[in-house]
Design a protein around this ligand. Sequence first.
Ligand code: BTN
Length: 250
Amino acid sequence: MVLDVSTLKKEVGSAWDVHLFEEIDSTNTRLLEDVKRGKADTGTVYIAKSQSAGRGRLGRSFISPDGGLYMSFCAGDIQHALSTVICAVAVFDTLCSHGFSPEIKWVNDILIEGKKICGILAQSTGDGKRAVIGIGINFIDAAIPEELGGIAAGLDRFCRKTPKKELVASEILKRYKTLSDSLPDGRDRIIARYKEGVALLGHKVTVLGTGETVLATDVDSTGALITLTEDGKTLRLTSGEVSIRKITTN
Ligand code: BTN
């Protein structure tokens, strides 16, 4: 599946400075380095056909075979926890607009029918001002490695005609910009939309690491997950610290 970068550039206009890489270790790693060296800034977008060392949250790797969408961009003047939330809403709304029925798995995954379609990784550039936000979307089901087949899927499993990568990418970038430009006034609306996508509110989840079972009740204005422990205490979970797993009863 080709990536037509000139269409992507035309679609996003001058707000984003798009660079395509045929081969790269990780668009996040490279963009972080380049921002720190002054070679890239807010608005720079790196997009790759595949990655040899894709990175996920909590030090995990993100398998990135040819055929997926691997894109990182530099965002300015924003808390990077909120960047993840805004980005999740941008991806969620983009997939809805193409007829999919996605759900957000707090904090950074987008699922369809319970299978991971997209992961988001926001990393601070260390200057307190900018963040690099990476998005990985599986487009082709057959490209998913066998060992991930039970938990991940490609978009093409859920549609008759797979949307073009450059259109999905441009729509995400445009939506991200509109949402982040709406801050600070737009924060409540962004969080409200995020909560519409988070399917686990009202469900019991396991906090990976501690093994604790908690009830997910809300998402606060910073994107943290508010939960209730079994002994009735409120526990606030932030994205940098934990992962959760929904407890299924069937
Ligand atoms: C996760 O699932 O924990 C987050 C995955 C983020 C993957 C994207 S792909 C583009 C960018 N480059 C990376 O190395 N990671 C992000």
